[in-house]
Write a protein that binds this ligand. Structure first.
Ligand code: DHB
Ligand code: FE
Length: 284
């Protein structure tokens, strides 16, 4: 049976893709950010997951305002990266797992989550930057797993509630665990933490709120579901709504997790950058 071994969170800021391309790991601006990843590499080296469920939000590459699925799941054999205009080098296609994708989509719809299934889905920085951060060298890294993109709308209101995001994760867990093959699965929640890139509050970061979210998501994610979407925009910023990805990830990990590693650094670009490694119960 498929087994979920843990969850990883990270920001997916495009400037990180540029810093990786230019190997700026020891640059004074970037070092405190990149120093948050070696403990995650160590854990990934030990457990070697076969598949990464990459929960991210598309920023206008795969979907646009004319068609915006609330929840979408990739069902392709590979996922192509395309130029978004950030100046990040384009990466080769990421191998998928279409058989597992369809199993998950079947499972989610049976659990009353109406999914947009995507047999073609170009993946943007929200997906690619975390793959490069967690599997250094990405395609050159022999341990880079097959990946399945799961996208939720954080761009055009109405966006999902925090409760719906957590419930999505719970249904995702059940859908994955019913897969008959013996594979190890890791869940990524990418994006966030607080940031607002536009309007009067551009540059807004809320360290206190980020710290609260990073604490509560470990042992009491249900408490976070009390935050309304308006409060989320107010406290995390217009794009800080990407915290929904973290909630979806957390829902897929089950009741009890161990937080093995945390890193928080501000600012990277205009964002509070949070990295977490949460291990599922019964994994050692
Ligand atoms: C930026 C873009 C993002 O998609 C994000 O999640 C955070 C920051 C940026 O352009 O700085
Ligand atoms: Fe983003």
């Amino acid at each position: 049976m498929a087994k979920i071994i843990g969850g990883l969170t990270t920001s997916h800021i495009p400037a990180v893709g540029n810093a990786i391309a230019n190997e700026m790991y020891d640059d004074p601006y970037w070092k405190p950010f990149f120093d948050g990843y070696p403990p995650v590499w160590e854990w990934l080296d030990k457990h070697k997951p076969d598949v990464a469920i990459n929960i991210y939000n598309d920023h206008g590459l795969g979907f646009f305002l004319d068609k915006m699925p609330t929840f979408a799941i990739g069902a392709a054999h590979e996922y192509v990266n395309e130029d978004e205009g950030w100046g990040i080098p384009q990466l080769p296609p990421f191998p998928g797992d279409a058989k597992l994708s369809w199993h998950i989509i079947e499972g989610m719809v049976a659990r009353e989550f109406d999914i947009t299934s995507c047999q073609e889905l170009p993946v943007d920085h929200g997906f690619t930057v975390p793959m490069q951060l967690f599997w250094r060298g990405a395609h050159a890294n022999p341990n880079m797993p097959r990946a399945i993109p799961v996208s939720a709308n954080t761009v055009q209101h109405p966006i999902p509630t925090l409760k719906r995001a957590l419930d999505f994760g719970k249904a995702l867990r059940a859908s994955i665990e019913s897969y008959p093959e013996d594979i190890k699965v890791v869940i990524l929640g990418t994006g966030g933490l607080s940031h607002q890139l536009d309007g009067e509050r551009a540059g807004f970061i809320n360290k206190e709120f980020d710290t609260y979210c990073m604490e509560k998501i470990i042992d009491d994610p249900e408490e976070l579901t009390k935050i309304t979407r308006m409060e989320l925009v107010e406290k995390a910023g217009a794009q800080g709504t990407e915290f929904l990805m973290w909630m979806m990830m957390r829902g897929a990990l089950g009741d009890n997790v161990k937080a093995l590693h945390k890193n928080y650094h501000i600012p990277i670009s205009n964002t509070g950058a949070g990295t977490m490694l949460l291990e599922c119960d019964g994994v050692d």
